[in-house]
Design a protein around this ligand. Structure first.
Ligand SMILES: *Cc1c(COP(=O)(O)O)cnc(C)c1O
Length: 397
């Protein structure tokens, strides 16, 4: 028996069964390549689901973690943490925000955002104003509040009554939002591009129109940039494409290149709603996580990574469109930067399995959309390799 199989067998015994896992046992990674425990190499166009934006084991991040690990791993948020302060400074300098709350995941960042907008609204507009409008097909995490924000059967079913106070509208439909706003509404929460929902781009002008509705009705606008943020779409944050600034933005996935960190960024005016004692996190922004975050942001900000995300994003999209022209099973290629979806007429699960077999990691989201979110350092040569494998698979279908 190979080493992978024996780990897979052991994994069946005591690890929770909440994931449908593929038969890959990861051992190491470098750049866009993941190596399994038997030495097989995989071209990684999943990147830990848009976490490894700088590739696996970027030397600057590894060095920062090693260096910090030898000094101080953790320190309570009762005290001041220089690495956390530095990361907050960098995030505010390069976004609309003035203040950052740190936590440990995307769902937690969204929880913080939901608590913030409710608290701000209740403090300033009275007891009855706490509803939040969200989009159908959205994904904001797996906690009770964030699944309530999503309201999709496949995520919510079986967990009983959800948190009240959410209203759902079709993504991209401005009239639906206009019709849903009431005296109870306090905020609108959207992904600038829906990730798990199938790489859904909003129609031209939609985010601007949402911003205007928020301004007219004194609503806070939350952008969940957990997946779109940090260079994924070719800019540091996706909202920068549209000339629209949110009031609250959430980040996680790629922020520390792997160590679990989340951030909720907001303007000064709203940040005051979460005063001392109102919210917290034991690990949030601890020295190790924040040091990895600072090192990650410094790489993003040197500019090359963002440029590559744009150039390689265009290249990958063109190559995928060439496949679309060849195979009628492919109905659409859509995306921005290196966040690209390929819509099929069939379920994509089997293609993902065959790709894995042939040394390519991709995934399928929303049933029929293949998702391509490679590290932002991907090269033309690696894209060509990926396309060759994919072309081979489509040819045989
Ligand atoms: C992944 C994701 C989340 C959830 O992040 P976790 O770290 O898994 O809690 C939330 N929002 C979006 C848009 C995501 O892609």
């Amino acid at each position: 028996m190979n080493k992978s199989q024996s780990w897979i067998d052991r994994g069946l015994t005591h690890v929770a069964k909440n994931y449908g896992r593929y038969p890959l046992v990861a051992a190491s990674g470098e750049g866009c390549w993941l190596t399994d425990i038997d030495g097989k190499k995989y071209l990684d166009f999943l990147a830990g689901v848009a976490v490894n934006n700088l590739g696996h084991c970027h030397p600057d991040i590894v060095a920062a973690i090693q260096n910090q690990a030898g000094k101080l791993l953790h320190c309570s948020n009762f005290f001041h943490i220089p690495q956390q302060i530095e990361l907050a400074e960098i995030l505010c300098e390069h976004s609309f925000g003035d203040r950052v709350f740190f936590c440990n995941s995307g769902a937690e960042a969204n929880e913080a955002a939901l608590k913030l907008v409710r608290k701000y609204s209740l403090d300033n507009h009275g007891d009855d104003r706490f509803e939040i409008i969200t989009a159908e097909q959205s994904f904001h995490g797996r906690t009770i509040a964030t699944i309530s924000a999503t309201n999709q059967d496949k995520i919510c079913k079986g967990f009983g009554s959800l948190l009240p106070g959410f209203k759902y509208v079709p993504f991209g439909d401005i009239e639906a939002i206009r019709a849903t706003i009431s005296s109870k509404t306090c905020a609108i929460m959207l992904e600038p591009i829906q990730g798990e929902g199938g790489i859904n781009l909003p129609p031209e002008g939609y985010l601007q129109a949402v911003r205007e509705l928020c301004d007219q009705n004194e609503l806070l606008l939350i952008f969940d940039e957990v997946q779109t943020g940090l260079g994924r779409t070719g800019k540091l944050f996706a909202y920068q494409h549209d000339g629209v600034e949110p009031d609250v933005m959430t980040l996680a996935k790629a922020l520390a290149s792997g160590p679990p960190i989340g951030a909720m960024i907001t303007r000064e005016k709203y940040a005051t709603a979460l005063g001392p004692g109102t919210h917290g996190s034991t690990f949030g922004g601890n020295p190790l996580l924040a040091a990895a975050g600072v090192a990650t942001m410094k790489v993003f900000l040197n500019g090359d990574v963002l440029k590559n995300s744009v150039v390689m994003g265009n290249y990958l999209k063109t190559k995928l469109e060439q496949l679309q022209a060849k195979y009628s099973i492919i109905t659409q290629v859509r995306g921005r930067g290196l966040m690209i979806g390929m819509e099929l007429t069939v379920e994509g699960g089997e293609i993902v399995k065959t790709a894995l077999d042939r040394g390519l990691l991709i995934n399928c989201t929303a049933g029929k959309t293949l998702r391509f979110v490679p590290p932002l350092i991907v090269t033309r040569k690696e894209i060509d390799q990926m396309i060759k494998i994919l072309d081979g698979i489509f040819k045989e279908l």
